[in-house]
Design a protein around this ligand. Structure first.
Ligand SMILES: C[S@@+](CC[C@H](N)C(=O)[O-])C[C@H]1O[C@@H](n2cnc3c(N)ncnc32)[C@H](O)[C@@H]1O
Length: 283
């Protein structure tokens, strides 16, 4: 039986309720998932795109396969997945490596627990505090740390300088990585061609990622009553930020059409790719 371990810093006043299942339906959903996780997804009101996001492990697990085949990460490696969400990628990682899944949301962790138990997959699960408070692991604990679609959210619900908060989170990741450990960051590109065409990333306001931050703040304040908080960066921006924190050997891969459901992942110099998988090292 898998136990969800609670490793939070003090009492959490922070609620991040990301989940495809509305809060009011969560209890019933988890009751069903305890019996049959797939059935719970199929019978839920989650839309088809997101059902596939959870069920389609071939696509959702592509990054895990890439880590094994391209990055040659050993199966004995200890891999930390920060912000596991509904866990499709976490499960794919756990089939290949010694995996630890984490999230601020205990409900989605419970879903992963039911799924892993039913599929007889071994992994450890931790309920953690929001990342701006720190990471509850000792220094040099992991061979690999992965963040898939999470760094952009770490300052969303709190006050303070977004970039500094993101850098603080990255510093903590650096701390818990072993020497020569690998950090993998899957995230959107600020200069994605899609944003120029009017598609949106995290906030449904056209072109907002492309605007200078101060103007983006102004537009968001008017349209949503709150400043722009989901910073993503260009290829140069990510490289600069990761190097500042101490990482080296920074390499960029493009996940096409995006990192959530990649058809392929290839090394890239494309400044306008939609998403990057960034691989760097604690050297
Ligand atoms: C877009 S989901 C990505 C989930 C998963 N990595 C995946 O690729 O399917 C973002 C995840 O980050 C977590 N998250 C968001 N803000 C966070 C914060 N400030 N601290 C810790 N986790 C956070 C959410 O609970 C959620 O599970």
């Amino acid at each position: 039986m898998i136990k969800i371990m609670k490793k939070t810093f003090g009492k959490d006043d922070y609620k991040y309720d990301f989940s495809f299942v509305p809060k009011k339906d969560m209890k019933e959903f988890l009751k069903r998932a305890k019996k049959n996780w797939k059935d719970a997804i199929k019978k839920s009101k989650i839309n088809e795109y997101f059902k596939d996001y959870i069920l389609n492990e071939k696509v959702r697990g592509r990054l895990a396969e890439f880590m094994k085949k391209e990055l040659k990460i050993d199966k004995k490696s200890e891999v930390l997945d920060i912000g596991s969400g509904m866990g499709a990628l976490t499960i794919a990682l756990a089939r290949r490596f010694k995996t630890v899944g984490t999230d601020v949301n205990p409900s989605t962790l419970e879903f992963i627990k039911h799924r892993a138990e039913q599929e007889k997959i071994n992994l450890a699960l931790f309920h953690i505090s929001p990342l701006h408070k720190g990471l509850p692991f000792k220094k040099e604990s992991f061979d690999v740390v992965l963040m898939n679609g999470v760094l952009e959210w770490v300052a969303f619900k709190i006050e303070g300088d977004v970039k500094k908060i993101q850098e603080k989170v990255l510093k903590n990741i650096f701390r818990i990585l072993k020497k020569n450990g690998i950090f993998i960051l899957a995230i959107e590109n600020r200069l994605a061609l899609d944003w120029f065409k009017g598609k949106t990333s995290h906030i449904p306001i056209k072109y907002v990622d492309l605007l200078p931050r101060k103007i983006a703040d102004f537009v968001c304040k008017i349209k949503r009553g709150k400043k722009f908080r989901t910073y993503i960066y260009s290829k140069f921006g990510y490289e600069k930020m990761l190097k500042k924190v101490g990482f080296g050997d920074v390499e960029f891969y493009e996940a096409y059409p995006n990192y959530q459901k990649p058809k392929w992942i290839k090394k890239t110099n494309n400044l306008f790719a939609n998403s990057f998988i960034i691989v760097c090292k604690k050297i």
